[in-house]
Design a protein around this ligand. Structure first.
Ligand SMILES: Cc1ncc(COP(=O)(O)O)c(C=O)c1O
Length: 403
């Protein structure tokens, strides 16, 4: 725990100097919204500067898949930083760790995945993906095929293109987004949007129908890709209804629209499989991963590209020469070392199997407890209503009902 004087100094420095992500700027600077400085972490717990420890059920921003304080990862980062803190990946350069990590990701991914491009965040990986999709259609001589369909309530980052893909108005309103090339289709939230009596499968088919109508209305020759999280995360933790991905993929195949599975959250074990695409039987052209790739011990993302994509990129070399796209820190060796060590922990500790076991128990127990809460609330409301009813006169009851 930090002493009082240091704490006050830190808070003052914070308010004066630090512009926080997704925060109320004025509220923070004036101290109206609270500052919380996290000091230490261990396993699934975080402790702040005031000595308050909390269970971090959200795992940071659902990114610390292996938990905090794994020395294997910290040691790998340290060793790599001492041996080779940086070299870039431009024009054919690389480092052993980034090469080995790419190979490991391809080993874990579906058989049709073939190459990995590294970035630093989920947002920049999705920017890369859209650039590649546009490039691919230029290579294929289809310069009009550039529109990207995302979903209402989808989350794909907060850059310019990725903020446009994100289907939450809050991310658009003050930023002149979304871009014209981006469209949003039905959010697959069965409980909220299904019609009365509609089964999950019927609702999935209606989502696919809406997607098809949108593609036809726009002209299939202008629609390049569909991007979706296997299970919607930031937009409300919404699992797809039964048959959803099968129905959506039928439409995408029919109109030659590529599929980007945004697995920034679902990648690396969160659903009890290495990838959410495996869990839902998706066959994406590109997979976006970030968070769980290093469990956030260092910033790293990746675009996992299918054979089909890579074949077209190969052709692009003949048409356009080198693929001129890169970030200084693409495939950063320190981050790659964190990634390799993190995947070792996930495998070595059978964490993905553990997700299946614990997840199943959690679902049963949570369901039972939730039902008890539901019954209790219903009981209290009924008793209160009866009591109130017995106390009110006929006229009072009438006006209460009108309210
Ligand atoms: C599905 C998904 N895609 C992309 C992103 C953006 O990742 P980042 O915040 O690393 O840019 C997120 C972040 O939460 C996400 O959940």
């Amino acid at each position: 725990m930090t002493d009082e004087r240091n704490m006050e100094e830190l808070e003052a420095l914070d308010l004066a100097n630090f512009l926080h992500a997704s925060s109320d700027i004025k509220g923070h600077a004036t101290g109206v919204t609270p500052t919380r400085v996290i000091e230490t972490t261990k396993g699934v717990y975080i402790t702040d500067q005031k000595g308050r420890t909390s269970l971090d059920a959200f795992a940071g921003l659902y990114c610390v898949n292996i938990g905090y304080g794994r020395t294997e990862v910290a040691d790998a980062i340290s060793e790599q930083a001492h041996k080779l803190a940086f070299y870039h990946s431009y024009v054919g350069h690389g480092t052993e760790v980034s090469i080995r990590l790419a190979a490991k990701i391809i080993e874990l991914a579906q058989d049709h995945m073939s190459r990995v491009y590294f970035g630093l965040s989920g947002s920049d990986a999705n920017e890369t993906n859209i650039k590649l999709i546009w490039y691919i259609n230029n290579v294929l001589g289809r310069p009009e095929k550039k529109k990207i369909i995302s979903r209402d309530r989808g989350y794909h980052g907060s850059g310019l293109m990725t903020g446009s893909l994100t289907g939450l108005p809050l991310f658009h309103k003050a930023f002149d987004l979304p871009f014209d090339q981006v469209l949003h289709t039905q959010c697959p939230h069965y409980w909220k949007y299904a019609e009365d009596g509609q089964t999950e499968l019927e609702f999935s088919k209606s989502c696919a129908d809406k997607l098809e109508q949108m593609i036809l209305a726009e002209d299939p020759d202008t629609v390049a890709a569909f991007i979706g999280e296997p299970l919607l995360g930031t937009g409300g933790l919404i699992p797809p209804p039964e048959g959803y991905w099968a129905e959506i993929q039928k439409v995408l195949t029919k109109y030659d629209v590529m599929l980007i599975a945004d697995e920034v959250v679902t990648g690396f074990g969160r659903l009890g499989c290495w990838f959410g695409s495996d869990y839902y039987g998706m066959k994406p052209d590109i997979i976006t991963v970030a968070k769980g790739l290093t469990s956030a011990y260092a910033p790293l993302s990746a675009s996992i590209l299918s054979e089909r994509v890579v074949e077209i990129l190969d052709k692009g070399s003949d048409t356009f020469g080198p693929l001129v796209h890169g970030w200084t820190y693409s495939a950063h060796p320190v981050c790659a070392a964190a990634g390799l060590a993190n995947l070792n922990v996930l495998e070595g500790d059978n964490m993905i199997e553990n997700v299946r076991t614990v997840g199943a128990n959690f679902k049963i127990n949570f369901g039972q407890r939730f039902q008890i809460i539901q019954w209790s609330v219903k009981f209290v409301v009924t008793v209160c209503w009866q009591r109130l009813n017995s106390l009110l006169t006929g006229k009072q009851k009438h006006s209460l009902i009108r309210v």
